[in-house]
Ligand binder design. Structure first.
Ligand SMILES: Nc1ncnc2c1ncn2[C@@H]1O[C@H](COP(=O)(O)OP(=O)(O)OP(=O)(O)O)[C@@H](O)[C@H]1O
Length: 493
């Protein structure tokens, strides 16, 4: 099988498994959460570090010497050095340490002020939800771009300057590079470490509610009596300052459905974002295409960020188990995209809702939209996560993968065609070979170099920094299982 064929096959497998596998077995998951740990391939006996590089990466060998030496001296010996499993475990650990060093950079230069509403020029309203109104904004102390020009972002990433009336894709991003979200109801979100696929809130502060454009018409009831005698709102409220994005995912998909590879990269970004949230002890609980924002990197690749944490569950111990002892406990946002174990939970003594895979379920549902189909849990299709039948979805492995495992599957599908090409299973030696090659490529390409695809580089860096051998093997198992299922279907047809 050619590499090209393997990659395209892997992509297809990964896409279908992800799209559906996250949803499959949701009903069973409600009753009993269990990870389906599939074992793959017997471990090989020995691995020669120098033999890791296949011929096409020989060119990189000299540049890898430093990394290889680091791996060998620091880890292989300490971990006993002998077994491929130990080497792969170390590789996972070592690469995590290497790739974690580079921090996600803020697109804005740090600024010391910005904690008062007066520090900003506020423009038009760009969105409104049930809890907040969002406006375009610019920092008063920052140099202003030429006024009157609007930036039209083209699908594919090209930017045009034009001076026409606003359209869906027209966001005055140059004049107003920020967005201010005025929250009517809500709490200050917990501090989290930055991630390229999670919205960054640059500033959060309270201020007196101002009379912004459209306030009297659009949200009169939540204005304070000072601004509307009939209003019931508080005099002060919370403001969040973020980057201004040109689209929500829903808006973008309406005008420009992505191709297969771009769609896979988009789902992968959502999974990486969700995996990061899980590690931080946060469940979003209201993931939907309106709560994902989108822009393009310099290469035209869409970058997705998860936003709107108004319904999130945030925990210190990262277990994401919520005691559900009363019907007054809030389960989260939009009921139609609630995972089965959340929506079917019945309150009672000792009952807990496990949110550790709830967002991954929502990503599974959103991925239908990304790949050009209606979301099966919205009214048009009408499945209900309380009682949908597995028979309504194509056959897939039982057990929902976590966001990490599902993200690994997509990484393998997008960049690991060779690993998956072998019909006899995937051993640890092969995985170790592949990981070292990936790390070489990512290290040598760097992140964000001129002309490089920043989104892809970030995704690969994120993958390498979150390596866990067991999760990776589980991902391989799911992909191989999917392949077997497909082959069985083809043969029986
Ligand atoms: N940083 C941003 N850049 C551009 N547009 C944004 C940004 N943040 C929010 N929006 C727009 O504002 C809309 C409402 O924002 P958001 O979803 O955060 O409000 P909400 O009241 O919390 O929503 P919900 O009704 O889902 O609770 C979004 O759907 C989007 O169109």
């Amino acid at each position: 099988m050619s590499v090209k064929h393997a990659i395209s096959r892997g992509l297809e497998l990964g896409r279908s498994v992800l799209q559906l596998g996250l949803l499959k077995a949701g009903g069973r998951f409600a009753a009993k959460l269990r990870a389906d740990r599939l074992r793959v391939g017997p471990p090989a006996r020995t691995v020669q570090p120098r033999a890791f590089l296949p011929s096409r990466y020989r060119y990189y060998r000299s540049s890898l010497t430093g990394l290889a030496a680091q791996l060998q001296s620091a880890g292989f010996r300490r971990f006993g050095g002998g077994s491929p499993r130990n080497r792969a475990v170390f590789l996972a650990f070592g690469l995590g340490a290497v790739f974690r060093k580079k921090r996600f950079q803020s697109p804005f230069k740090p600024f010391s002020s910005g904690y008062k509403l007066e520090d900003y020029t506020i423009g038009n309203q760009i969105g409104k939800g049930s809890n907040a109104a969002v406006y375009e904004a610019a920092a008063r102390f920052a140099p202003q771009e030429s006024h009157g020009k609007r930036s039209k972002i083209q699908p594919g990433g090209e930017e045009e300057q034009e001076e026409t009336t606003p359209s869906l894709t027209c966001c005055s991003l140059h004049t107003f590079p920020m967005a201010v979200k005025m929250i009517h109801f809500g709490v200050l979100p917990k501090r989290m470490s930055a991630h390229p696929n999670v919205i960054r809130v640059y500033r959060a502060f309270t201020a007196d509610v101002p009379l912004l454009p459209g306030a009297q018409e659009e949200y009169p009831a939540v204005l304070p009596a000072r601004l509307n005698p009939d209003g019931l709102g508080n005099n002060r409220t919370l403001f969040l300052i973020m980057k201004n994005y040109p689209f929500t995912l829903r808006q973008y998909l309406e005008v420009s459905p992505p191709g297969r590879r771009q769609g896979s990269l988009m789902v992968l970004q959502l999974l990486e974002g969700v995996d990061h949230l899980c590690r931080q002890g946060v469940a979003h609980r209201d993931l939907k295409s309106d709560n994902v924002l989108l822009e393009f990197d310099s290469d035209g690749c869409p970058r997705l960020v998860i936003t709107d944490f108004g319904c999130c569950l945030s925990q210190r111990d990262s277990t994401l188990q919520l005691p559900f002892n009363s019907m007054w406990v809030n389960r989260g946002g939009n009921a139609s995209l609630m995972a089965p174990e959340v929506i079917t939970a019945v309150p009672g003594g000792g009952v807990v809702i496990d949110y550790s895979k709830a967002d991954a379920w929502a990503v599974g549902a959103i991925s239908y939209e990304i790949f050009g189909q209606p979301n099966p849990f919205y009214r048009a299709v009408g499945l209900d996560s309380r009682d949908y039948q597995e028979a309504g979805l194509p056959p897939l492995p039982s057990g929902r993968p976590s966001a990490r495992v599902a993200a690994n599957m997509l990484h393998l599908s997008l960049w690991g065609g060779k690993v998956l090409a072998n019909q006899d299973g995937v051993g640890v030696r092969k995985l170790a070979d592949w990981l070292l090659c990936r790390s070489a490529v990512v290290l040598l390409k760097g992140c964000g170099g001129p002309g490089g695809n920043v989104v892809e580089a970030e995704l690969q860096r994120s993958f390498l920094s979150n390596l866990d051998l067991e999760d990776l093997r589980t991902a391989v198992g799911f992909l191989l299982f999917g392949r077997e299922q497909r082959q069985a279907c083809v043969q029986s047809a």
